[in-house]
Write a protein that binds this ligand. Structure first.
Ligand code: SF4
Length: 235
């Protein structure tokens, strides 16, 4: 599927519900499709849609090895509730056992951009290199950098189709869905963490703060690099 094909159906994508979009995508891309879950609230909605409707879609998550223990617990809860497997993607510099490679050990303190690149972007790029399309939980409301996200767009940086089934959802719609469908979610969301990333780089937010202000607090950094690369926007 090329950018021009996507553009031709833009109005269709906007009207499709997440389950209809994911059903279509699983038929269109087959094993070439992957859902990349960050285990945030939006991602839990997508896991529910996939699990509830038994869609044959592979689910992966990036395991930076420094996620909150609540996030690791949520990972297990989702797998158990839906009877699915969520595959972890790790940097080659983070072995399953033994110490992390010295060049990235506590790298967030020195070079957070390089840390995100090593722990997140490199494993993701490797995983996406064998796929034709990926699914994310991006919503336009989440941040300035995401406000132009399309439901289906061409991801120029990674060279494949990107599906954002919740792009148009409001935060209220998302939480309504979670409550109505009893979807497991990270308990940190109820403790002042609307956006949850790695433990060393995530803090709770105060009243009136932007929902992503707890990420990399005190630094200019606002994204980990997975979703900021230029994409071909389809109007
Ligand atoms: S969020 Fe922090 S700890 Fe996680 S990869 Fe990025 S810089 Fe490293």
């Amino acid at each position: 599927m090329l950018p021009a094909d996507i553009e031709a159906r833009h109005a269709d994508w906007e009207r499709m519900s997440p389950v209809d979009l994911l059903t279509w995508a699983s038929e269109r891309f087959g094993d070439g499709l992957v859902c990349l879950s960050a285990l945030g609230a939006e991602d839990c909605v997508l896991v529910d849609v996939i699990g509830r409707h038994r869609l044959p879609i592979r689910i992966q998550t990036i395991d930076t090895a420094v996620l909150f223990r609540e996030t690791y617990a949520l990972w297990s809860r989702l797998e158990k509730k839906y009877g699915i497997s969520i595959e972890g993607l790790r940097s080659d510099l983070i072995p399953d056992s033994g110490p992390t490679a010295p060049e990235i050990d506590r790298l967030w303190e020195r070079e957070p951009d390089q840390c995100c690149r090593a722990r997140k972007v490199v494993p993701l790029r490797k995983a996406l290199s064998v796929r034709q399309a990926w699914i994310t939980g991006i919503r336009r409301q989440q941040s300035e950098t995401r406000k132009h996200a399309q439901v289906v767009e061409w991801d120029q940086a990674f060279g494949l189709v990107k599906l954002n089934p919740l792009a148009a959802w409001t935060v209220e719609e998302m939480w309504d869905y979670i409550k109505v469908h009893d979807v497991p979610y990270n308990p940190l969301h109820d403790q002042g963490y609307p956006s949850i990333g790695c433990e060393p780089c995530t803090s709770p937010i105060g009243t009136g703060e932007d929902i992503r202000s707890g990420r990399w607090r005190g630094r200019d950094k606002t994204e980990c690099g997975l979703h900021v690369a230029p994409v071909t926007l389809v109007k």
